[in-house]
Design a protein around this ligand. Sequence first.
Ligand SMILES: Cc1ncc(COP(=O)(O)O)c(C=O)c1O
Length: 453
Amino acid sequence: MADPYKISLPENKIPTAWFNIVPFLPHPPAPPLHPVTQQPIGVADLAPLFCDAILAQETATAPEIEIPEPVREIYRLWRPTPLYRARRLERVLDTPAHIYYKYEGVSPAGSHKPNTAVAQAYYNKEAGIRRLTTETGAGQWGSALALAGAFFEIEVKVYMVRVSYEQKPYRRHLMETWGAHVVPSPSPHTEAGRRVLAEHPDSPGSLGLAISEAVEEAASRADTNYALGSVLNHVLLHQTVIGLEALEQFVLAGEGPDVLIACCGGGSNFAGFTFPFLPRKRAGESLRIIAVEPAACPTLTKGVYAYDFGDMARLSPLLKMYTLGHGFVPPGIHAGGLRYHGDAPLVSQLVHDGVVEAVAYAQRPVFAAAVTFARAEGIIPAPESAHAIKAAIDEALSCRESGEKKVIAFCLSGHGHFDMAAYERYLSGTLVDAEYSEAEVQRAISELPQVRT
Ligand SMILES: Cc1ncc(COP(=O)(O)O)c(C=O)c1O
C-alpha cells in the first residue's frame, strides 16, 4: 500500500492502564494546601467534592493505574483515536519535516475531554453519587461530562462561562440533548455568582468563577460531587490514553517524534499526549516538548510560579502552579477553554524545571494557522487546538529554513464545528487580537495568598 495518511490501532490496543508521571518526576510534586490553614490538604478535606477512588488517584505514586473494564468498554466507541501523518500540510508548507497529529475530535463530544469524563462518572456512580456539578469554558468539557452522565445515568449541572454560553448556543443544546442542565456563570444560583453579579452585572465570566460556583453547589449537597475537566492529577492521568496510544502508533510509523506539541489551558490534553513520552526524554532521548497558550492568557509564559487558588472565590485548595492570579479575568477570546488563570501543578513543575517549553500566540495568527490546516487536511480544528497547529507550523517552517527533517507531532484536541462564529469573524476580518491588561495581571498577582512554606 502507498504511504499511509492514518495510523490506526484495533480496539484491543486501547491501553489497559493509565500512565502516572509522578514516580518519573525529578522531585516529588508540591502538595496542595488547605485554603484556610495552608497545611497540606487531607483526603477528608476533599471528601465533600470527590469520591474515594478519585482521591486515591490524585495522590497515587504507582507508575500505572488500571483502567476499569466499563470505562474501557465506553472508550471503544471512539478509541483508539487515529494518528495522522499530515502529508498534505507538509506539501503546502514545503517542509522536509514530518508532521503527525493525534486526533481526539473523533469522540462523540468532539474533543479529548470524554477520556476523563467517562472515568469520573464511572467512579462517582460506583460510589453512589447521583449528581455531578462542573464548569465549562468553551463547552467541550461540559459536553463531555453531559455525555458521560448520560452513559452512567448521573444528573449533570454545568456552569458555563457566560461569554461561551452566549457565543455557543449549540454547545449548550448538545449538553441538553445528553440530559445536562446548563446555566450561564456568573449565575444567581450561588453566593460566588451573586457576589460577582452585584458588582459586574455584565461580567463575561471566567473559568475561575465557574469553578467556584460548581464547587460551592457540590459542597452544599450530599448527593452531589464535583467533576473537574483539567488541572488536577487524576484528570491528567486519565488523559494519558492519548500518549500511550501514540507511542504504539509511532512504532508502526517507523519513526519517533523530535518535537511534541499541545495547547495548554489547564494542561490535560498536553499532559495526556506528552507525559507517556517523558521517561524517554529522561533516559536521554532528544525530545522537545512545547506547551502552547494564548497571548491573551499567558499563564506559563508570563505568570508567576507560586501557590494560588484554583478558583476565584478561594474555595479550592492552594495549588503550586504558574498563575496570573485567581482574580484575573482574561479577555473573551474564542479559545474559551484556554482562558484559565492557572495551570496543572504537574505541567507547571515541568515548565519550572525546564523540561517543558512554553510559547504564546495571539488569536489571529492562530486562526490563520487553523485555516491553513483546514484547507490542507480537511479537519476544522477547535480554536484551542489551533494553538498547537500554529506552533507545529512554525516548527515545520523553521525546518524548511534549516533543511532539518524533524518529526513534529501535535495533539489535535478537538474539532471546531461549534466554533464557526469565531471562524466567521476571522474570515470577515473582524476578529481582533484581544489584549490582556498588564495592570490587571499585576493587581491579580499582588493578591496571591502569602503562603508560609
Ligand atoms: C478542544 C480543547 N482543547 C484544549 C482545551 C484546553 O484544556 P486542557 O488544557 O485541559 O487540555 C479545551 C478546553 O476546554 C478544549 O475544549
